[in-house]
Design a binder for this molecule. Structure first.
Ligand code: SF4
Ligand code: SF4
Length: 170
């Protein structure tokens, strides 16, 4: 097409700036704002392990809780943390992060409290009820839920005791 024709078309077409209401919808699967659901988080650290730019850095300096920290300004929105989170605590919202003036406004920190094991008292983070429900597709029976509230060591011991009882019939 003739360059003068293109210029005339462009100049005659007026402004192409879209008003906010005319904005094009984000496509399905758009990796935008990272959403962290504390009620599903076990503070396992898998997300931090998969994150190469260190956008997720849990603070474990206090044994009573873990502070799950996310630095959005380091995030490349690769989605690995979402893919590998074992409980589905992470997801993307279909919207771009907001433009802010202060860098710190891009930081998120959530406190995940540890709980004492009912068997030995050791502080740890058991699978939250919401994560258990997601795992079993319904609220599990109380004996299963009570095992999930134990630390690894006490759970193994309780399982061994049950096996022994079942085999001996006592
Ligand atoms: S968000 Fe998921 S992967 Fe990250 S610490 Fe929590 S449970 Fe683990
Ligand atoms: S999306 Fe990628 S870069 Fe961003 S926090 Fe998750 S793993 Fe890190």
């Amino acid at each position: 097409m003739n360059i003068f024709k293109i210029l005339t078309q462009n100049l005659g077409g007026g402004s192409r700036t879209l008003a906010p209401a005319d904005a094009v919808a984000y496509p399905a699967g758009f990796r935008g704002v990272l959403h962290h659901q504390t009620e599903l988080c076990t503070a396992c650290g898998t997300c931090a392990y998969t994150c190469s730019p260190s956008a997720i850095v849990p603070d474990r300096s206090d044994e009573r809780f873990v502070v799950w920290r996310y630095f959005e300004d380091r995030c490349t929105f690769c989605g690995l943390c979402v893919d590998y989170c074992p409980t589905g605590a992470l997801s993307f919202e279909a919207r771009a992060p907001e433009v802010v003036q202060e860098r710190a406004q891009h930081y998120i920190s959530h406190q995940i409290d540890m709980e004492p094991c009912p068997g030995c008292g050791q502080l740890f983070k058991p699978l939250p009820p919401a994560a258990l429900e997601r795992l079993y597709d319904h609220q599990p029976a109380e004996d299963v839920a009570s095992m999930a509230r134990m630390c690894d060591k006490c759970r193994r011991q309780a399982t061994s005791r049950r096996f022994k009882q079942a085999l001996s019939g006592e």
